[in-house]
Design a binder for this molecule. Structure first.
Ligand code: PMP
Length: 306
């Protein structure tokens, strides 16, 4: 079973893990009314650094704005909470999970509930399994579509959205695949259960646009930026399902998944069936940020000591 970290930040202070409880009648538990982030802290030659902490925190506030959730803290205060909970648990490399949720205060859908906030931190290896960053995963196209743009906003990282993610991920695992890829309501490519997609054709990166019911991923943005700076072509475009079978290389990106190669889709090998050179180059550029090999031109590494 899971080993929990000793401490968690909850509503303004660090407390023992077991003390961060929620009432069973909290709004979020019934209606999915929470917004959250996933953030990684990496060891670097200059000490631990939280990758794009402020950009993640801004997205948390954007998600809250979409759902009219009043935030009782500022970005600065929550950035400090992230640092505090990593230090309290004596972690270097860590995954951070800030979550803001409608608490106890009313049972109607539009009830004016208080917003409770927590930040957890724990050690997490490769999200899709040991060795996947090297070997790649076998993916499938999900029988579940992503929600249409006028149903739930994919641009909000809200708890309720992850009912869709759970259907996609659980179906994939049940069928023996490493992850599921969903189509948008348009029928065109969208994203993985918790990852954005990149296809490689003739050395160029192609990725579905934000209008295809994707989360506007921060890793996706980092990859597009690093690739362009390295002279690679990056195109945001609508892509049909069959391009998954025709591309030279394919990979998934996200805070948890980092840069995970996909070696097959629906049982068909991607390219040679092994992670390819462009994927390896993107991994080198991305992980180079944390070893110091890739210059941090944009101030993405926010020191834990900051
Ligand atoms: N899409 C979904 C649905 C996700 O949950 C995530 C993970 N947050 C991503 C994409 C990747 O986003 P990011 O790179 O900001 O972690």
């Amino acid at each position: 079973s899971m080993q929990y970290p000793p401490f968690i930040w909850h509503n303004g202070s660090v407390k023992p893990w077991a003390d961060a409880t929620v009432h069973v009648m909290a709004h979020a538990l019934h209606y999915g009314s929470s917004v959250f982030e996933g953030i990684r802290c990496y060891e670097t030659p200059n000490g631990p650094a939280i990758f794009r902490l402020t950009d993640h925190m801004k997205r948390l506030f954007q998600s809250a704005k979409i759902y009219d959730m009043a935030m009782p803290y500022t970005v600065k205060q929550l950035n400090a909470a992230c640092r505090e909970v990593i230090r309290a648990n004596q972690l270097g490399k860590a995954y951070l999970r800030p979550v803001a949720y409608r608490g106890l205060g009313g049972f109607g859908l539009s009830a004016e509930t208080p917003t409770d906030v927590a930040v957890a931190a724990w050690e997490m290896g490769p999200y899709l399994g040991a060795g996947v960053l090297e070997a790649g995963i076998d993916a499938c196209v999900s029988s579940w579509q992503r929600f249409a743009p006028n149903t739930l906003p994919a641009g909000a990282k809200a708890g309720g959205n992850y009912l869709s993610g759970q259907l996609i991920a659980r179906e994939a695992r049940r069928l023996g695949f490493g992850e599921g890829i969903a189509l948008a309501s348009s029928g065109l490519l969208s994203e993985g259960a918790g990852e954005n997609l990149f296809l490689v054709f003739d050395g160029a990166l192609h990725t579905p646009p934000v209008a295809s019911a994707i989360l506007n991923g921060i890793t996706r943005h980092s990859v597009m930026t690093l690739a362009r700076e390295a002279g690679l072509t990056v195109v945001e475009r609508d892509l049909p399902r069959e391009y998954l079978y025709l591309c030279d290389e394919l990979f998934m990106v996200g805070t948890a998944a980092e840069i995970t190669p996909i070696r097959s889709v629906d049982g068909k090998p991607v390219g040679t069936g092994k992670p390819g050179p462009v994927t390896a180059r993107i991994q080198e550029l991305f992980f180079g940020l944390f070893s110091g090999k890739t210059p941090d031109k944009h101030g993405w590494l926010e020191p834990l000591a900051g």
